[in-house]
Design a binder for this molecule. Structure first.
Ligand code: NCD
Length: 473
């Protein structure tokens, strides 16, 4: 464990492109400073005097942009902004890297929202100043997670051991992706409750299992408590730090999980703007609604209701006056939380605060080896920044290797994963060409290859084009 002073010093000059850029101690440090800001905002009014924040919002935003801008102004700093790709040189075909280099020379900090997944990571690589991801397509929204954690910690006094239901569009909703990772890291139990067809993507579930040591329990159909209809539950996730009966007895009905109660319902809207052409119309009963009736159900009596907002139809107006409904308060916390983050990244924080109790053990990112061979594999996500025509010119495809049988690669920008079907060993380059063989990824030959020698190909044709022949199967 580092001292609080070391943690504060270590955050200066850093970027925050995804929740895993910070350790638990670092996230806790931001939350602790945000609590100080909430208590005495005036004490922070000159902290960023003379600093300029570039506010680049290339997707719709109310809360995130305005709370970031309010935060910078309340810290005594100033702003330059762009709120439309069409009004910037990106519309002329400029690359993100060039934009980052230019804006990095004007401002002290960049806050960016962009539809391409992984865009903030690219800008962070080229800007030379701290970059904060304010949402990159359907990938991550790490500062919303800070607001969510701050609210949960404030209302429940801890994060470790909490039980949180993530509700609604878990497929395209970036807020739930970042939040699920952070909750798992802090030792909370996450219960997924997606709308039909909006389950959390495989790469998110896979990261929860691989990087956070989590256990996924897949349920299929869940009967509602009142016996009406069915709630399809895609997956239940338990952290290893809160061993759970269900995790050990996977055949128990998933119904028990929700009936035992949750500390919070984290509701999200359908991300219509990210949906590809959907097969058939979405039926209203396919998307779960949180209303007065649901809050009266067993298991939800004491649940607080959070929502990153904006809401559409998934959160009934009738519960706005319910004391458990905390979404507007949660939105207001955006200003102190972002004031704390900005001042820490700019190295301007006037205070060092000890993190609050109940935030669990420290967790550091799992370090997967970088996959360095250029064997032609490409990120499968068409919304990934590395697959955009303007960025292809300079941005290499970049992956980390998830060692296992079969091995997988995870895109360094957007976290999407793929399991390349055929595998060879780099040691084959020492062999005569006629002895260079490739094997199916799930074969025992493939399993015997050391990770640093793995050569992964997207197809047998590609492996053959690279000079390999089919091995013995
Ligand atoms: C969220 C977002 O933009 O991802 N909003 C926000 O930042 N508070 C959620 C949403 O748009 O549904």
């Amino acid at each position: 464990m580092s001292s609080a002073e070391e943690v504060v010093r270590g955050l200066a000059g850093r970027s925050f492109a995804g929740v895993d850029d910070f350790s638990n101690q670092e996230l806790s440090c931001v939350l602790a400073l945000a609590a100080e800001v909430s208590k005495d905002r005036a004490a922070f009014s000159e902290v960023c005097r003379g600093k300029i924040m570039a506010s680049l919002f290339f997707e719709a935003s109310t809360r995130t942009r305005l709370s970031f801008e309010t935060a910078m102004l309340r810290l005594g700093g100033q702003l330059v902004s762009a709120i439309d790709v069409g009004a910037t040189s990106l519309a002329k075909g400029e690359t993100l890297a060039d934009m980052a280099r230019v804006v990095g020379g004007y401002a002290d900090l960049i806050v960016m929202r962009h539809p391409w997944e992984g865009a903030a990571r690219v800008v962070a690589d080229y800007a030379g100043i701290p970059v904060i991801n304010a949402g990159d397509g359907g990938h991550e929204h790490p500062t919303q997670t800070l607001c969510d954690l701050f609210t949960l910690q404030h209302e429940r006094g801890r994060l470790q051991g909490l039980r949180i239901a993530l509700w609604g569009d878990l497929k395209y909703g970036r807020t739930v992706h970042s939040l699920a990772f952070a909750l798992a890291r802090f030792g909370a139990t996450v219960v997924f409750r997606p709308g039909v067809g909006f389950a959390a993507p495989e790469h998110v579930l896979s990261k929860l299992a691989t990087d956070y040591g989590g256990e996924l329990v897949r349920g299929d159909v869940l009967l509602q408590a009142d016996g009406e209809g069915v709630l399809p539950v895609d997956a239940l996730y338990m952290t290893p730090r809160s061993p759970h009966q269900l995790a050990m007895l996977p055949h128990l009905s998933a119904q028990l999980e929700l009936d035992q109660g949750v500390d919070a319902l984290y509701v999200t809207r359908l991300q219509k703007e990210r949906m590809q052409a959907q097969k058939g119309d979405l039926r209203p009963e396919d998307y779960p609604v949180v209303d007065r009736k649901l809050l009266r159900r067993k298991g939800f009596e004491r649940s607080i209701v959070l929502h990153p907002l904006p809401r559409v139809d998934e959160l009934s107006l009738e519960i706005d006056s319910d004391p458990r409904s905390l979404y507007f308060k949660q939105a207001h916390q955006g200003v102190p939380v972002r004031m704390a983050l900005i001042s820490l990244l700019l190295g301007c924080s006037p205070r060092v605060t000890e993190p609050a109790e109940g935030l669990g053990d420290d967790w550091r990112p799992v370090s997967h080896p970088v996959y360095t061979h250029d064997t032609g594999i490409r990120c499968p996500n068409e919304r990934c920044v590395a697959n955009q025509p303007s960025e292809l010119r300079y941005l290499p495809q970049k992956f980390v290797l998830i060692v296992g049988t079969p091995p997988r690669v995870r895109c360094w920008y957007c976290d999407h994963e793929m399991e390349p079907p055929v595998i060879a060993t780099a040691e084959a380059y020492d062999e005569p060409t006629h002895r260079r063989k490739y094997h199916p990824a799930r074969s025992r030959w493939a399993a015997a290859i050391r990770p640093e020698n793995l050569l992964l190909s997207a197809s047998s044709e590609e492996a053959e084009a690279a000079g390999f022949r089919p091995g013995v199967v």
